[in-house]
Design a protein around this ligand. Structure first.
Ligand code: SF4
Length: 468
């Protein structure tokens, strides 16, 4: 395997395209979640109106982010909790470690959190002598496999049942299980013990309620509840844009989230936690901390990429993206994958490192069509392409090609002559087989499919004939 970095996208994509096991796993996404989403939407006539409303909610919050964040901090304090501000990943890691040390933590349970992935929390805590166990089944599987999530909603969606059977057999020392229910039961048995041993529970957040200081998490397994409720100390790690004014806005977004992600009307568990355990509460932590991560987001608020902060991490854009569905999440070499990852990764890694990701799109527009908060993903990818161009990051061949194209396109007579000659030549060369196996200036295309032989006339001349 080549190095895990967005810069190695092409090499990793090539490896992924040649992997029949991965192809089978991706086929199950293609057949499953997009049609489940379509069915769920068909049952909700106001879905599009909800999307407009959701976009307005997120835009309003982003326009008043400072105000809502301060209000959230006050509300968390009033409920007995603490809010910690982290400018970047390193600061967030330090803050989480300090809290764990103050709690004398040796063992930590964690429910799914992309922010924890973003800051590299697992490796950091392990390196500092704290054992961390993932409690989301998919996250637990990839933790055992030593991998990164390959999808926002289904982190282990790239793995087959046979691979998971082998993994559990190896790590748990139990007989190989054949049926998925047996695998789930085995993971549950192992994790139950970990919940009871944990000193600290770490969760992400789907939404943060400014009015009440409440943290909302959604899961299908109930693992966030046990991570919240059992250990003495709870840490929530979330990025700034997770804030919403009140429960009302959170519920509008929740109505879109599960439908867009998996086609469920609601996730199985929606949990709301406000502060630590109060006198008389049956459960809950004694200490409650929220670590709020910026990591480049406040700089996005006033810029071209602001609309990306509307994202509610539903994964619909990747479920409908022909590139993601062909190469899977690991090819992106980033925490965030698919179209949303193509926009967000350059913010986190720099466009110099993440340049191939905004290029990994056919601009078919499916991602924007399905995004529940109407993020103009193709336009944002185009922004990054232009930025890469402005910074001189495009390879010399691409720069030469564009210059040549501009030269031709600004000389219509010459353009028509060159394209007509080229099309006639291609028609002649591909006449026998109906296609061309290899084209010198389009190897990227012909590497994996034939180029269909043209009719012998340019598009403009064909249109011209029809109009006459
Ligand atoms: S960009 Fe839109 S579709 Fe993609 S994960 Fe975010 S909210 Fe969902």
């Amino acid at each position: 395997m080549s190095e895990v970095t967005p810069l190695a996208f092409r090499e990793r994509a090539r490896e992924a395209l040649a992997d029949p096991v991965l192809e089978r796993a991706l086929e199950s996404i293609r057949r499953g979640w997009p049609s489940a989403r379509a069915r769920a939407i068909a049952r909700l006539p106001e879905f599009d109106a909800l999307r407009d409303h959701a976009r307005e909610i997120k835009d309003h919050v982003l326009a008043h982010l400072d105000l809502y964040l301060e209000r959230f901090e006050e509300a968390v304090r009033a409920s007995g909790g603490e809010v910690h501000w982290a400018r970047d990943a390193a600061e967030a890691r330090r803050l989480v470690l300090d809290i764990c040390r103050r709690a004398n933590a040796r063992s930590v349970t964690k429910s799914k959190s992309m922010i924890a992935e973003e800051i590299g929390l697992n490796a950091w805590l392990e390196a500092n002598g704290i054992t961390l166990v993932e409690t989301d089944l998919g996250e637990y599987i990839i933790q055992l496999a030593g991998q990164r999530p390959s999808h926002l909603v289904g982190p282990a969606v790239h793995m087959t049942r046979e691979e998971i059977t082998e993994l559990f057999h190896r790590h748990h020392g139990t007989p190989p299980r054949e049926r998925p229910e047996e695998l789930v039961a085995e993971a549950r048995k192992v994790l139950r013990q970990r919940y009871l041993e944990a000193d600290v529970g770490i969760t992400g957040a789907n939404f943060l309620i400014a009015e009440t200081g409440t943290v909302i998490t959604v899961t299908n397994e109930g693992n966030a509840e046990l991570t919240h409720g059992l250990p003495g100390t709870q840490i929530v790690i979330a990025s700034l844009e997770k804030i919403v004014p009140s429960m009302e806005e959170a519920f509008t977004l929740l109505r879109l989230l599960a439908r867009s992600a998996t086609g469920q009307e609601f996730s199985t568990y929606t949990t709301m936690v406000t502060g630590p355990r109060r006198p008389g509460d049956l459960d809950g932590p004694d200490a409650f901390h929220v670590v709020l991560l910026d990591n480049g987001r406040s700089a996005m608020v006033d810029g071209v990429l602001r609309s990306m902060l509307r994202c509610i991490r539903c994964g619909a854009c990747m479920n409908h993206c022909p590139v993601y569905l062909a190469v899977g999440g690991h090819a992106y070499g980033s925490v965030y994958v698919g179209p949303m990852g193509a926009v967000l990764s350059p913010v986190l890694y720099g466009i110099e490192q993440a340049r191939p990701l905004p290029e990994a799109s056919s601009f078919c527009g499916r991602c924007e069509e399905v995004c529940p908060v109407r993020i103009p993903l193709p336009a944002l990818m185009r922004y990054w392409r232009e930025e890469a161009w402005r910074r001189g990051l495009a390879p010399p061949t691409a720069r030469f090609g564009m210059r040549f194209w501009r030269f031709l396109a600004t000389r219509p007579g010459l353009y028509r002559l060159v394209t007509a000659t080229a099309v006639r030549l291609l028609a002649l060369l591909g006449r026998r087989q109906g296609g061309l196996r290899r084209l010198p200036l389009a190897v990227g295309w012909t590497e994996s499919r034939d180029f269909p032989a043209p009719e012998g006339a340019t598009f403009m001349s064909l249109i011209g004939r029809r109009v006459k």
